[in-house]
Design a protein around this ligand. Structure first.
Ligand SMILES: Nc1ncnc2c1ncn2[C@@H]1O[C@H](COP(=O)(O)OP(=O)(O)O)[C@@H](O)[C@H]1O
Ligand SMILES: [Mg+2]
Length: 374
């Protein structure tokens, strides 16, 4: 007897999406089941992110489940695709579209929300202080998600020290303006915008408070982003007024907090965590950068202390997204304008950075699934 579609559906109904805690059929992730006369089966699995770290294991589970339930099956072709889910935190998705839902937290009323309806997820990358590698982590996150197949934008709002132009080797580039919209600059598959493309640092330096905030608002809302799965937002370092205004103005999916293992950085990072909690922005997790230096004999030198970021995450009930070691390649990549993840994709730091990117994407998917049902 020939194989029935219902048999394949039943088999795939036993395969769990480990992060979302439900089976693939219930989640509606299986499409285009086809069975030919020789008993060969093909189907697509639509994951919630192309950067899904579980992709291969889910694929194998599908194959195993079908083989077990339908032993006479021929070849199995599982086509792993994805459609990135949207955050509930922006308009049109049932979340608050921002009439100052957080007024209670701000002395002068929450700033009006900037709505970017074509951007599915905005992820803020923050740190308590400068120099911990926040921009480097943002760049590697953006480039890595783009390499996985996602549509990615990256925005650098550090008025007093924009770094994206240097990190991408775009020091003298000026973006085009079309129909009153600023065109992002595209490099390494990422759409980029930086305050550094628009004004020279001396001009930005004299901006204070409201001037700075309104410049940054324009930087976000006047750009022609088109459709994006992820917009990575490299926040200015620190936890002052500018940062607070920004995290309130954007419909953020969540925040990634970067720290080094040192206690001082950790004391600062507590302030960042407190800031996000105060305005009800979910924290997707903590990344520890500059975790160790690998000596020529392969041993690790924990220059800034060991596992501080992980301990910090645990104490604060946050997800730990991974550790990135110290490497001169990372610094060189930054200085020469080719992110190390592109220049040296197999280096331990690059492998670590892609792993972090997968974890961030995973936390976004989990967050979106929870906010869609809850
Ligand atoms: N893992 C790393 N290994 C080596 N150098 C790093 C690493 N992460 C960041 N750096 C370097 O440290 C400096 C500060 O990083 P940056 O990303 O600009 O920090 P922030 O944005 O937090 O101020 C840069 O020169 C960068 O190249
Ligand atoms: Mg920076």
């Amino acid at each position: 007897m020939s194989i029935q579609k219902s048999q394949i559906e039943a088999a795939l109904g036993t395969v769990m999406e480990p992060d979302l805690g439900k089976d693939l059929m219930t989640l509606g992730m299986v499409q285009d089941i086809a069975i030919d006369e020789s008993g060969n089966v093909s189907f697509s699995v639509v994951l919630t992110t192309p950067a899904c770290p579980m992709k291969e294991s889910i694929k194998q589970s599908c194959i195993d489940a079908i083989k077990q339930a339908v032993p006479e099956v021929g070849a199995i072709n599982a086509n792993m695709t994805s459609k990135v889910t949207s955050s509930c935190s922006h308009g049109g998705h049932g979340g608050h579209s921002g009439h100052g839902g957080n007024e209670a937290h701000s002395g002068h009323g929450a700033p009006q929300k900037i709505d970017l309806p074509n951007v599915k997820n905005i992820i803020a990358v923050a740190s308590g202080k400068g120099g911990v590698g926040k921009s480097t982590v943002s760049v590697n996150l953006a480039v890595s998600l783009a390499a996985s197949g996602a549509k990615v934008g990256l925005i650098d709002a550090d008025l007093y020290g924009p770094s994206i132009p240097t990190l991408f080797g775009l020091q003298n580039v000026k973006p085009e303006v079309k129909d009153n919209k600023i065109m992002p600059i595209e490099k390494f598959g990422v759409k980029l915008m930086s305050i550094g493309f628009l004004v020279d640092p001396e001009t930005a330096l004299i901006w204070r408070g409201p001037m700075a905030s309104s410049a940054i608002r324009q930087l976000i809302s006047d750009v022609d982003w088109q459709e994006l799965d992820y917009l990575i937002f490299d926040l200015p370092p620190g936890t002052g007024d500018i940062q607070l205004t920004l995290v309130q103005a954007l419909p953020l999916t969540g925040a990634v907090v970067v720290t080094t293992p040192q206690d001082v950085a950790l004391a600062d990072v507590s302030k960042a965590v407190t800031m996000f909690r105060k305005v009800d922005v979910s924290i997707l997790g903590v990344v520890e950068n500059m975790s160790w230096y690998e000596l020529p004999d392969g041993t690790k030198d924990y220059i800034f202390g060991k596992a501080g970021g992980e301990k910090f995450a645990k104490i604060n009930a946050l997800t730990f997204l991974g550790s990135i070691p110290i490497s001169s390649k990372v610094r060189e990549g930054g200085d020469t304008g080719t992110p190390s993840i592109i220049a040296n994709p197999d280096a331990p730091t690059s492998v670590a950075a892609s792993k972090v990117a997968g974890e961030v994407a995973r936390q976004v998917s989990i967050h979106n699934a929870a906010c869609a049902t809850g």
